[in-house]
Design a protein around this ligand. Structure first.
Ligand SMILES: Nc1nc2c(ncn2[C@@H]2O[C@H](COP(=O)(O)OP(=O)(O)OP(=O)(O)O)[C@@H](O)[C@H]2O)c(=O)[nH]1
Length: 299
């Protein structure tokens, strides 16, 4: 960080990019705690998730925005695009992620939504996958011609050192300000929200390709007992009858594994004992129902 001694900077940074470019991975690397979802499947991030990183002289508040869904135009996608537009109007800097040596029509659509009055840093991710490094240079030059980027930073979101380098670069664009969050804050979202995120991640990770998008997690009940024990009742909503047995598995074994792994992650994150009960229920057509989406916490 280069700000003069005693001066603190703080600001909001949006992370945008098409699905699967590595936004969640980058945020996890930058924030150093598991507050977002990482999955090999596209379009797992539907919420705005704030991750906070506090350095000696700057605080970075990252806003993880959903990827753009362009294949299916239903209520879920429209709500996603609204979130993106909202987020971009509010921030101090934008990180626009693309993948090394790829610039797809989906990237182009994200590019069109970038603000011109806000510094945009182009993050060229997954450089570790490029065997032939000299091929990067012309790619970066071409990218520089597409938009007045404030900076262009090739990196691997999996690499902590690259993350620190990026922080040094982004820090310059943050305004002078007192920090917004307590030093140890990792998120402004409640435990209840994090519990849902963790459970949703387990469903995606452990269920394979059979259930790509039609899954939502709802925390019906969340209680902290005087002993510190968290008592959580969760519903995993699926939009087809056929998906229920897939999630349950033989004799309920699969659901048991999902909930056990989710509980273990929650206990680690909350530093407390967790009692987690999960049900699988079918709600047909939920991805097309804006009112229901809202009731499930989607914006
Ligand atoms: N090799 C390599 N893989 C990466 C890198 N960054 C992310 N990935 C992988 O790319 C996949 C997608 O990463 P995510 O972080 O889930 O992508 P995302 O942009 O958040 O995706 P959505 O949530 O769908 O918008 C995961 O399998 C990551 O492990 C990287 O720098 N190098």
């Amino acid at each position: 960080m280069t700000s003069p001694a005693g001066i603190r900077r703080a600001g909001y940074i949006a992370v945008v990019g098409r699905p699967n470019v590595g936004k969640s991975t980058l945020i996890n690397t930058l924030v150093g705690a598991k507050v977002s979802i990482v999955s090999s499947k596209p379009q797992t991030t539907r919420h705005r998730v704030l991750g906070v990183r506090t350095e000696v002289d700057a605080q970075f508040v990252f806003v993880d925005t959903p990827g753009f869904q362009t294949k299916h135009r239903n209520a879920l996608n429209q709500s996603m695009n609204r979130v993106v537009t909202q987020v971009l109007a509010e921030v101090d800097a934008v990180l626009f992620l693309i993948e090394s040596l790829k610039f797809t029509p989906a990237d182009e659509r994200v590019l069109k939504l970038l603000p011109t009055g806000t510094p945009v840093v182009l993050v060229v991710n997954k450089v570790d996958q490029v065997a032939d490094k000299p091929r990067l240079l012309p790619f970066l030059q071409a990218a520089a011609g597409r938009f007045p980027f404030a900076e262009i930073v090739p990196l691997s979101a999996l690499d902590g050192k690259d993350g620190d380098r990026l922080l040094g670069i982004v820090g310059k664009y943050l305004p002078e300000s007192e920090p917004f969050f307590e030093e140890d804050a990792i998120t402004d979202r409640s435990e209840r929200f994090l519990a849902a995120e963790i459970l949703r991640e387990k469903v995606f990770r452990l269920t394979g390709d059979e259930i790509p998008y039609g899954v939502a997690v709802e925390i019906e009940q969340y209680e902290t007992e005087p002993s510190g024990l968290r008592r959580i009742h969760a519903v995993i909503w699926v939009d087809r009858d056929a998906h229920k047995p897939i999630l349950l598995g033989k004799g309920g074994e699969h659901l048991k594994r999902i909930s056990t792994e989710a509980r273990q992650d929650m206990e680690k994150l909350f530093d407390a004992k967790v009692f987690l009960q999960c049900w699988v229920k079918v709600k047909s057509g939920w991805t097309d129902n804006a009112a229901l989406l809202k009731s499930l916490g989607h914006e």
